[in-house]
Design a protein around this ligand. Structure first.
Ligand code: GLN
Length: 313
């Protein structure tokens, strides 16, 4: 028996119904050709409450490419491995630039603005890779996701990884540029191989919301009692998600949704309502900043109805 949060089941059901019918769906990412094959009409929403119960609607059990949402988990792993030294090679300020921007890197001598833009996430991946073979580092990342979601079936979509590798000219440029400043320790090919593959992890909304629980509950999974990170670290990861999780759309997301969140070009968003819920939404069509268009609208509606914005009301 789950202790249902009043109004949540109704809100999730109604929001999913509304979103499935809306004609404005945004544009599915096509710069990674394999991502363009997804059905733009998909919509999924899953909420894991504090007691571990899941409230879900729509395509909440369909796997999609988590893409940049993986950066939350690689940041968590890297902080666990190297601690605050990580902040020597990556900043934590919002960029105000697109996720794959190159311009800031030159001004800032190869130190990316934050761990969620592509350059920053590549630098974080490089920190995880040090001392390992690429295959081992990738295994660590995948096992971490499986552990957090309590689901060993989570896997990498090799066709998405290969597709991104074939067309990843911009990321290759970013990585080489950082390498020229000595920001990357490992061979560029190795670091990018791990990066492309962790972006290609496929998960459903349900699995993703499960994996995010530790961020909603001071670093612990309240259902199992297992601690993943300290309360302080969870707080800081949420802070970076709030300020940087949606690239140059981060201000708008904070304004409209009011939760720490991380988007991916696969159309997913992981959002954290501290103390209350871990939420995952998926709609493949993106807005001009590369964030899920209906995903954000759904979260805006959910936080409004549930009173979950961290800013009150
Ligand atoms: N793998 C994608 C890339 O590097 C991730 C981008 C995203 O999800 N915003 O371009």
């Amino acid at each position: 028996m789950s202790h249902a949060v009043p109004g949540l089941a109704k809100a999730v059901e109604e929001i999913a119904d509304e979103m499935r019918q809306r004609p404005d769906r945004g544009d599915v990412a096509s710069y990674i050709p394999e991502l363009a094959r997804v059905d733009a009409n998909s919509f999924g929403l899953a909420v894991v409450s504090a007691d571990g119960s899941v409230t879900a609607a729509g395509d909440s059990d369909t796997s999609f490419s988590i893409q940049s949402i993986s950066k939350v988990f690689t940041l968590t792993l890297a902080l666990g491995l190297v601690g605050d030294r990580l902040w020597r090679r990556v900043g934590r300020e919002p960029s105000g630039s697109p996720f794959n921007s190159i311009v800031q890197l030159e001004h800032e001598r190869g130190i990316p603005r934050n761990p969620f833009i592509n350059a920053g996430a590549i630098a974080v991946t490089d920190a995880i890779l040090s001392g390992h073979q690429p295959r081992e580092a990738l295994g660590e990342i995948l096992r971490f996701m499986q552990f957090l979601a309590h689901d060993s079936s989570i896997a990498i979509d090799e066709s998405v990884a290969a597709s991104e590798k074939r067309t990843g000219f911009r990321n290759i440029a970013l990585a080489n540029y950082m390498k020229s400043f000595g920001v990357l320790d490992n061979p560029v090919d190795y670091t990018l191989g791990v990066y492309f593959h962790h972006c290609a992890i496929a998960m459903s909304c349900r699995q993703l919301a499960m994996a995010g629980q530790f961020l909603a509950h001071s670093g612990r999974n309240p259902a199992t009692g297992l601690s993943v990170v300290s309360a302080e670290r969870a707080k800081r990861i949420n802070a970076v998600m709030l300020t940087c999780g949606h690239y140059d759309g981060s201000g708008e997301f904070a304004y409209r949704v009011g939760l720490p969140g991380k988007s991916g070009v696969g159309g997913g968003i992981l959002a954290i309502a501290p103390g209350k819920a871990s939420i995952a939404v998926w709609s493949p069509g993106l807005d001009k900043s590369g964030n899920s268009h209906l995903g954000r609208l759904a979260l805006e509606s959910l936080t409004k109805r549930m009173g979950w914005s961290i800013f009150g009301a």
